[in-house]
Design a binder for this molecule. Structure first.
Ligand code: WQD
Length: 351
């Protein structure tokens, strides 16, 4: 079996991707210092796949510790790099922490790619690189706008670093620009573990519905959209995960003609905040307590993907509907109500 190193393997998208990789015949190992995730997620992955996944509890900003992983695993054929801080608001408050963590970890990894001649590298990027697009849906050729946050800049800079690295080295890369990943694995054994109060819409919805939050504040209904609320491209985390497996296969099978390819990973459907709330209410049967509030600074008015290039080149198709996204997110929230202590009991065991 071909071995793939997944950084951030205990995280939301990383854990779902490990499940998909294993189900498609790959061997996966994880590196995750659990600063923003719980090692308990690995137990969920094992229950789904029957495979025990080794996690190296290493901070990728420590070069020597990162290098040692590759010395111990000389049969790694590819890397999927998720590990990064990803809170837009936190990045505005602590820009240096974001630039250091997200860029030093990437550069350390790329030094190892160079040293150990790792042939393939897949990078977790984001639709944030497009900023507020003039034309939607966005394609991979839509010119990036200035980022709206230091987090967004780390994704733009990360793409540039990998692009230049791929020109100067034999390894090939793929940049995957996620739109809004939501939902959870249908087994409800893995899902998103927001730390503290969530910023993203769907966890706020499910935590409100379960009674952990008092209400959802819709950040503005006076935008120039069909119902006044912002438009986003919500996509199920399992569809995102499978695209990573397909991207690795795309590289391994020699189907990439470029040093560095870029793909939009969105459903291709624009959904407003109010439509997302309605979809949740229909699926859950819960009448959501929400109110209209002020706009949130930095919010993009409307963005959704033209995903034709990824569909064509990766033979990728999304399987999950908006209703599936809401149903699996809701089932996961209901599970957390029972088991949250289970995840927290080891997630902060940093020794
Ligand atoms: C979605 C919409 C809010 C919360 C961010 C990152 C992006 C990616 C996904 C990592 C917006 C509205 C939200 C709430 C609301 N992350 N909203 N009330 O900002 O589109 O994208 O997360 O890769 O890079 O930028 O996601 O879920 O925060 O917001 O009205 O309590 O929901 O205004 O219109 P966003 P989000």
């Amino acid at each position: 079996m071909k071995k793939i190193l997944v950084t951030g393997g205990c995280g939301y998208i990383g854990s779902h991707t490990i499940v998909d990789l294993v189900e498609n015949g790959f061997e996966a190992i994880s590196v995750d210092n659990n600063s923003k995730s719980s090692p308990r997620i690995l137990e969920g992955i094992e229950k789904i796949t029957g495979k025990k996944i080794k996690n190296y509890k290493v901070d990728l900003c420590n070069f020597d510790d990162t290098f040692a992983i590759f010395q111990e695993n000389t049969d790694i054929v590819g890397i999927i790099h998720f590990a990064a801080f990803k809170s837009v608001s936190e990045s505005v408050e602590q820009p240096l922490m974001y630039f250091e963590n997200n860029l030093v970890s990437l550069i350390n990894l790329l030094k190892c790619v160079q040293e150990f001649n790792i042939p393939y590298f897949v990078f977790s990027s984001s639709c944030t690189v497009y900023g507020n697009p003039d034309v939607i849906p966005v394609t991979e050729q839509t010119p990036p706008k200035p980022a709206e946050s230091p987090y967004g800049y780390t994704k733009q800079m990360g793409e540039q670093i990998i692009n230049e690295f791929s020109k100067a080295n034999p390894s090939q890369s793929v940049l995957l620009r996620y739109f809004n990943p939501v939902g959870a694995h249908p087994s409800t054994l893995i899902g998103e573990l927001p730390i503290g109060k969530p910023a993203n819409l769907v966890p706020v919805i499910t935590q409100t519905a379960i009674g952990r939050l008092p209400q959802v504040t819709v950040y503005g209904d006076d935008y120039p959209t069909r119902d006044g609320s912002c438009i986003r491209d919500y996509i199920h985390v399992c569809d995102i995960a499978h695209a990573h497996t397909l991207a690795v296969q795309f590289l391994i099978n020699g189907r990439s003609s470029k040093r560095c390819e870029v793909f939009n990973l969105g459903s291709g459907n624009g959904v407003t905040v109010l439509e997302a709330i309605k979809a949740f209410e229909e699926v859950s049967g819960v009448a959501l307590n929400y109110t209209i509030g002020d706009r949130r600074p930095g919010d993009v008015v409307a963005i959704y993907a033209n995903n034709e290039y990824a569909r064509k080149m990766l033979s990728w198709a999304t399987k999950y509907t908006l209703a599936d996204m809401m149903a699996t997110a809701w089932k996961w929230e209901q599970r957390l109500k029972v088991d949250e202590k289970f995840f927290q009991s080891k997630s902060y065991d940093l020794n």
